[in-house]
Design a protein around this ligand. Sequence first.
Ligand code: PEP
Length: 250
Amino acid sequence: MSRRPFLAGNWKMFKTGDQAVAFIEEFVPLIGDLTDRDAALAVPATALQRAADAAKGSPVIIGAQNLHWENEGAFTGEISAGMIVSAGAKMAIIGHSERRQYFGDTDEWVSKKLSAALAAGLLAVVCVGETLAERESGRTFEVLATQLKGSLADFKAQDEKNLILAYEPVWAIGTGKTATKEEAQETQAFIRKELGSLGLPAEAIRILYGGSVKPDNAQALMAQPDIDGLLVGGASLKADSFAKIVKYGN
Ligand code: PEP
């Protein structure tokens, strides 16, 4: 089955509204018409509205980096799926390893956030990945199986068009250390098999790789059969480098 490539940037805690608009104005002409792939940017909450306005009429999908599962309430500092939609955004990253590591996101929370995102009509990018200690002790597959089972506990198969998985080995994020294409392929094939064992339409679900992706390794990663897209942190902060990644192979 052919899965439409999905190239997403994650700006983390970088860029103001003005900087987001300037980026998009530079980036959109660089990528041109995207007929055979999707491009997305997960921006800080304070830049969502302005980024969505600036990207209007372009192929660029704007998304949030996190959300709360409740629609509203006494949750200081949080934003809901409804707020993301009303800002004009269409996507949310859920369970990024930095959320899991520094802000206490658990698989149970990821599952609740995923349900809220899908109910609001957002495209959800759910992240999983092992730490270096877990990989070195031979526990990668066990860790991923647990994360997938917990994070997708309430996921219903009819929503597969709005679910994207991202395999992000924690040891490769922001470290300059990329998983080899063989390591990424082997692990992503395992994730696809697990999705199948959870009763989900695994062949239809896109699985991204993330971890020190750069313009010069994007094409080799994308040539792997189970890598359907890339989630890019550092190299998505400059319009020309992210445009090169989005246009890999051209
Ligand atoms: C990320 O933020 O999801 C990421 C993979 O970061 P980097 O590309 O900088 O490793």
